[in-house]
Design a protein around this ligand. Structure first.
Ligand code: ADP
Ligand code: MG
Length: 618
């Protein structure tokens, strides 16, 4: 061991120095000062709070409130560390209802700035006190009708090391604004004003709905589609607003969580939200959620972080499940804002009776000369015959198969749109109604890729056949779990692996086996495929392994997604009507059907409103 440094004698640190050390924990940047001071105002029962900053908060932070104020003789105590009016016993600490309780914010701020505090408590005269880098001045008489004004100037001017860690003035100003916004969202009963560099950036009157305040921060497109949720269970409650997955964006800063009114950043909560949105978002998108959790105080420890941004839950798992389930239900209940019956699993609680179909018989596409159905067999509400839609082994030959069907010479051969407009409609087509699948009608395929559906609410649905089939295959794999059907290859396929692939194979070996792959490793850089999932040919299996080893897949679930993508029908494949109907029927039965497993939409809906806009009727 190296030589120990010569010990100095042990000394108590000066109070100025201990304050500065403590300040480092509570007061990291201007936004943390803003947060602490606004929380103090809220603790004092203020109903109007104004925050002004200059030079990103480094020049000046001024907080004005109409709260209970501080009595003149208590002003020095307010600026002394570990002096608080909010808790007195350890029991209080476990049941804090106020934001503050550590009694160190004001002292800390006062030690790293020039601070002036003017306050007036009821039945007291107004008084002021100043602190300059931790040195308290005298209490002096002042003029103020009620409440408190705190001015913090030249923050960190005496601690250059802290200054160096600050970002640009603009960034720090933005953080101050975010801090106030978050509190404004959690305290709708309180009016807030925020000014920076002399400009008013927001002004909220007291008692506004959450959505009005949110509208000041989030784009209108997101705010229009917000889904409310509110659920109480076992003494816990969660409520708030969730953004529609369709409006999701690639920014992670719109997941706002509050626990017992406190803004927190918490991994349990954000992962619960991401789980709830899973399958509805693209990889780069994030949920947009404002959620308020109300928990019995003894179930949350808020004292794990000096700035109280983190909390610890005693029942982490229950909190996680409550958040995930509530959000999932909120998203399901409205579907992708597309179609009323959403992706609820049958028999799930809360399933409302389906609204009566508002379908009016209309001329078929064939009658309009758009598409000619090959058969008019109607599909009832019967169970999907095969939950994987097309029997899997058919897949590789599928293209051949459909082409053959398409080219079959027949009286009902598909006509090109409008190509034979002059043709007399036959009696059969005149009588034909669009075939129905449950409460939907199948109107035909366009661009060999999209299936047109008449939906029961009278809107037009456009189903992406690839996305829909992916979802069906994915659901089937999910249901079957790890036991993939396996087929031995007559001739094993060998693949050379580069280093990264070899490592990935070591990582994913068990999962690939669970999918139905038989893999041998004669050497580190070589893999031999001896059997494959029954849905893949040897060539497709090779492609699949390559994609899995080169890609982002890290779990069996990822491999399912990849598998469903590789084996699903592609865009550009003409479908016979029977095939389309079977696809739609199978798709109707799977969960999360409105999105493919990557999170792209499977169904797009055009309602009267969209059509009116498209036709410029309004
Ligand atoms: P804490 O909030 O943890 O108690 P602070 O250092 O933030 O500690 O504040 C110390 C005390 O000063 C508080 O307990 C409160 O009594 C008083 N105080 C601070 N700010 C205000 C305010 N805006 N209005 C009324 N009292 C305040
Ligand atoms: Mg405080």
């Amino acid at each position: 061991m190296d030589q120990l440094p010569i010990p100095r004698s042990i000394q108590l640190l000066s109070s100025e120095l201990t304050d500065q050390i403590a300040a480092g924990e509570v007061v990291e940047r201007p936004a943390s000062v803003v947060k602490e001071l606004v929380e103090n105002a809220l603790d004092a029962g203020a109903t109007r709070i104004s925050v002004e900053i200059e030079r990103g908060g480094q020049g000046l932070i001024r907080i004005t409130d109409n709260g209970s104020g501080i009595a003149a003789d208590e002003l020095p105590l307010a600026l002394t560390r570990h002096a608080t009016s909010k808790i007195a016993t350890f029991h209080d600490l476990l049941n804090v209802a106020s934001f503050g309780f550590r009694g160190e914010a004001l002292a800390s701020v006062g030690s790293v700035s020039r601070l002036r505090l003017v306050s007036r408590a009821e039945r007291h005269e107004a008084a002021a006190i100043a602190a300059e880098h931790g040195r308290l001045g005298e209490v002096e008489p002042a003029a103020l009708a009620s409440g408190t004004i705190i001015e913090v100037r030249d923050l960190f001017a005496n601690v250059p090391a802290r200054l160096k860690f600050l970002k640009s003035l603009g960034t720090e100003a933005k953080r101050c604004q975010d801090a106030v916004s978050r509190m404004a969202l959690s305290r709708l009963d309180v009016g807030f004003v925020f000014k920076a560099e002399g400009r008013t950036l927001f002004r909220f009157p007291p008692d506004q709905p959450l959505s009005s305040r949110l509208a000041a921060f989030w784009p209108p497109a997101i705010c229009e589609g917000l889904l409310p949720f509110d659920r109480a269970r076992d003494g816990r409650r969660i409520h708030g607003l969730a953004g529609s997955p369709q409006k999701a964006q690639g920014r992670a800063d719109r997941m706002l969580f509050f626990v017992n009114g406190r803004a927190v950043q918490d991994r349990v909560l954000s992962s619960a939200a991401r789980e709830a949105y899973k399958g509805r978002l693209l990889a780069r998108e994030y949920p947009q959620v404002v959620a308020f959790l109300e928990l019995p105080p003894e179930e949350v420890d808020v004292n794990v972080h000096p700035a109280k941004m983190e909390v610890r839950f005693r029942e982490e798992q229950s909190v996680f499940l409550l958040v995930r389930q509530t959000l999932q239900d909120a998203l399901e209940a409205t579907g992708p804002a597309l179609y009323a019956d959403a992706g609820r699993a049958p028999g799930e609680a809360g399933t409302a009776a389906a609204p009566p179909p508002r379908w009016r018989p209309a001329p078929t596409p064939a009658q309009l000369g758009l598409v000619q159905p090959r058969s008019s067999r109607a599909y009832g509400d019967s169970q999907a015959e095969d939950d994987t839609f097309f029997p899997q082994p058919k897949f590789p030959a599928y293209r051949e198969y459909t082409r053959q069907v398409a080219e079959e010479p027949s009286a009902e051969a598909p006509s090109r749109p409008f190509s034979d407009a002059g043709r007399e409609p036959s009696a059969a087509t005149q009588e034909a109604r669009p075939p129905s699948i449950g409460d939907m009608r199948y109107l035909g395929q366009i661009a060999d890729t999209y299936l047109l559906l008449g939906l029961p609410d009278g809107t037009l649905g456009i189903l992406d056949q690839h996305a829909a089939h992916e979802r069906i295959l994915y659901a089937a794999m999910h249901r079957r779990g790890r036991s993939g059907q396996s087929m031995p290859l007559a001739l094993p396929v060998e693949m050379h692996l580069h280093e990264a692939q070899a490592e990935k194979l070591a990582e994913l070996g068990d999962e690939l086996a669970a999918l139905g792959f038989g893999l041998e490793r004669p050497s580190h850089g070589l893999v031999r495929i001896t059997s494959t999932p029954s849905s893949l040919t040897a060539g497709a299996a090779r492609d699949y392994i390559e994609a899995a080893l080169d890609g982002q897949a890290t779990s069996l679930e990822d491999l399912w997604v990849l598998m469903s993508c590789k084996t699903a029908l592609k865009a550009g494949q003409p479908l016979a009507q029977d095939e389309a109907l079977r696809l739609i029927e199978a798709w109707r039965a799977v969960p999360d059907r409105y999105y493919c497993p990557h999170g792209r939409p499977a169904l797009v809906r055009l309602g009267a409103g969209e059509l009116e806009r498209l036709f410029k009727r309004r």
